[in-house]
Design a protein around this ligand. Sequence first.
Ligand code: WTA
Length: 654
Amino acid sequence: MSGTGSDLEVTMHTEEVYDPPEDFRANSEFNDPSVYARAEADPSGWWASWAEKLKWSEPWHQVLDWNAPWARWFVNGKLNVSENCLDRHVEAGNGGKVAYHWVGEDGAQRDITYAQLLDETSRIANVLKGLGVEPGDVVGIYLPMIPEAPAAMIACARIGAVHNVVFGGFSAEAVRERMVTSSAKVLITADATLRRGKPLPMKAALDEALAEMPSIEHVLVADRTGGEVTTPMTEGRDHWLRAAMADVTADCPPVPLDSEHPLFILYTSGSTASPKGILHTTGGYLTGVTATHKMIFDLKAETDVYWCAADIGWVTGHSYIVYGALANGATSVLYEGAPDYPHQGRFWEIIQEYKVTILYTAPTVIRSFIKWGREIPDGYDLSSLRLLGSVGEPINPRAWKWYRSVIGGERCPVVDTWWQTETGHAMIAPLPAITATKPGSATRPFPGISAAVVNHEGDIVEEGGGVLTLRRPWPGMARTLYGDDDRFVETYWTRWGRDVYDVGDAARIDEDGYIWILGRTDDVINVSGHRLSTMEVESALVGHKAVAEAAVIGKSDEQTGQAIVAFVTPEHDVEPDDELKASLSAHVADKIGKLARPKQIIWSDELPKTRSGKIMRRLLRDIAEGRELGDVTTLRDPSVVSLIGERVAAGDED
Ligand code: WTA
């Protein structure tokens, strides 16, 4: 049975408003409500006040140069991100402070101090230099959630190399595509990743694809399992990371880089099959993640234990496990495993053990906790928690309230943070000491951010529904799509003009100016907070020899927010059966990754098309969700709809 979806609908007219808890307000550094007006009156001055807290080797001449849609922040300033994340804290006498409490899936634990992280980072940077990596070169990173992952990222930043992290759950084919399109020179990976107690080879799984990554000159392999899996090493190309790090010194001075020097590329899904290489740069990005991380989480670096339970392979991990957290000198938990392994109380066990004060996770995870029952968290001491965050997809009010009361014991503010890979940092989120919250709303724009809901004509809607736009440059904004300026302009800066950023999310704004995100308007599906493109999955499916045609949609799902449903027309000589379903699933896992496997595959002899031959995905969505179908007379063959409808109904009873 599929979910009813009703629980997922964001209730628009909730009367519930939660004021910031009084003692939270009293203890916060950020409890002055005038900050919104001050930032609004002088956005450049506001962001500059945050940039000033960073260490610059050369000052900027101008805060912002805006030649829409091209932005340059902190023009001509020079700094190094790695120096700001590590050396600065060590020099201030905080080298012994824990940067990461690393918790392995297998229960392994390791505390890494700022001084140790600086040592490891500098060594990796020296290894990269030794392999010929120069400023501007791209380095691929495909790693599990192990301490080497943040160290490798910051090592790139130290020498001006541009990292391109690929989520460890993506397939070798996805890695290949991202390495080839970014002309990456070195790839950093691991022998294996642990999945529910078993090592899953990574390097060995990459080997075949590596033959088709001509730009990759060297592969560095982190040792996660101590030889438990077979790791083929090609002489001259492949090197064990630890051994290479032991061969170099930990002396690697950070290179002062231009504020607009590229920091990283991160591929994300859009409305076409080919992923977009979002490019972020140095000074503005670091300023944006530092300011938002500090204020939205009300971070007290001396006392907080902060846990962003995302994977560093996504932007959330980049900005709030690595750069924002380290720049702010936070102590973080870095967790390798899943929320339910080896048991469903794993998160609470970790929170209890490390006395975590700030938890940042995704609605889909919260919904799993709800499903598993409150007895589980109730069995742990969660009294250390003082703030709860949510990210990745709209959070339904029921999950929000459960999170606040069951996990937060009603004393923790809940901050729902809306943002995207493209925005670099959170854009719409409450400031926990001053912004009243409403369950299901990300509330209002962060100080200095200008957001508005517009209607079809592009007119600003004061109250009501439409699509979300961002109307003023911000420091962490994507600068371009790697190697494709035209696509950048066309995708984000054309619909409403060159100076208005087209978000791609539908949203409502209420009478208090609170923003309620409803979901994507393009062909992006959000499964458990992970962005996937319908086209990407479709093109994987039609790449299978038994498939003639395929259409993929996102259907609302009680657990994962959306689930992937594929309508597939087999080749005429192919008999569709469960074996073929399994084979298609495996094929998608191979091309993209397991997370892209359809939850449901529905056979259809024909897909509903308009007379001009366009597949009507909207109609398929309606069918999948069991909604009343609108006008089908524009279809070439209206009868296909009822046939598919019957199959969907039959499939639901499985
Ligand atoms: C969705 C993740 C509602 C949204 C940081 C956005 C959200 C897309 C929220 C970006 C939220 C993210 N409430 N929707 N708090 N956060 N989204 O690039 O549709 O992986 O456009 O960045 O996720 O996904 P991305």
